[in-house]
Design a protein around this ligand. Structure first.
Ligand SMILES: C[S@@+](CC[C@H](N)C(=O)[O-])C[C@H]1O[C@@H](n2cnc3c(N)ncnc32)[C@H](O)[C@@H]1O
Length: 270
């Protein structure tokens, strides 16, 4: 195996993500609704990405504030460029790992909101403990992320392509960067972190891309960034994405990403 350990996360292509993340924005709508805001709260957006949902969060907080947190400089920079001129001092941007969230934001919030992020964090016990410490007593965590079975078909295609001889030295056997939790596992870990009033649920949320190019672009910029970072050179990276795309073209529902989301709501006791 010539697979080399990657000690830093791959950088996101923030420009592309901003344009192709309509599914993420759609998934975020019920999560925003479930926050139960009155409009003057302080809310942490944990893994804000390029800030498309952060903007909608700020629209719901005319007398409140948002602390937008992400560890990726390009994603956070895009969010800041979009949101700072529009919302001024009501939004603050913090580059940090969510495992250090409480120390990074420097004071407890009324809510933690998060979408499409927790499955990128391997250690959910440490993650939930940090989220708990970031909330005031009585505050709510309301979140969504990839859950058990998320994009299983697409991951199967990737695993098959990764076994091909030129890619295998870098990818074969690597389980990928994600932690896709079941609803029961998440509930258990949230309770262990101290949360009460816990609700967790898995829902199917498939996304079908209109054609080969759209699927390939989405796979490259949204799904497989960490895989691509393990591959040396554009030729192997292109082979990996085109191999997955070719397989996806033969699925019963071609170019479909079989997303399954885990919805989470939990409260820090008052
Ligand atoms: C798929 S994007 C979601 C962005 C946004 N919430 C949305 O729904 O469009 C995932 C984001 O999580 C961030 N992220 C992943 N792991 C993180 C960590 N450990 N700490 C902070 N941010 C993290 C990434 O940098 C990326 O911006």
């Amino acid at each position: 195996m010539t697979q080399s350990p990657i000690d830093r996360p791959a950088q996101w292509d923030a420009t592309t993500y901003h344009w192709v993340s309509d599914p993420h924005v759609a998934w975020g709508q019920p999560i925003l609704d479930r926050l139960g805001l009155t409009g003057d709260e302080t809310v942490i957006d944990a893994g804000c990405g390029t800030g498309r949902l952060t903007a909608q969060l700020l629209d719901r907080l005319p007398a409140g504030r948002v602390i937008a947190v992400d560890r990726d400089a390009a994603m956070l920079g895009t969010a800041e460029a979009e949101l700072a001129p529009r919302f001024g001092e009501r939004v603050r941007f913090v580059q940090a790992d969510l495992l250090d969230l409480d120390a990074a934001v420097g004071g407890p919030a009324d809510r933690v909101f998060s979408t499409a992020t927790f499955h990128w964090v391997a250690d959910h016990d440490r993650l939930f403990a940090a989220l708990f410490r970031s909330l005031r007593p009585g505050g709510w965590l309301v979140a969504q992320c990839g859950g058990a079975g998320n994009i299983a078909t697409v991951i199967g295609h990737a695993a098959a392509v990764a076994r091909e001889p030129d890619l295998a030295p870098y990818l074969a056997g690597w389980p990928g960067p994600w932690h896709f939790s079941t609803d029961d596992e998440a509930a258990y870990r949230l309770a262990t972190a101290g949360f009460t009033d816990i609700e967790t649920a898995l829902i199917d949320a498939p996304v079908t891309q209109p054609d080969r190019d759209a699927f390939a672009g989405f796979a490259r910029s949204v799904v497989f960034g960490e895989h691509l970072a393990r591959l040396p050179g554009d030729r192997l990276r292109d082979r990996f994405i085109s191999g997955i795309t070719e397989r996806a073209s033969h699925d019963d529902s071609p170019y479909t990403l079989d997303y399954r989301r885990l919805n989470i709501r939990a409260r820090r006791p008052a």
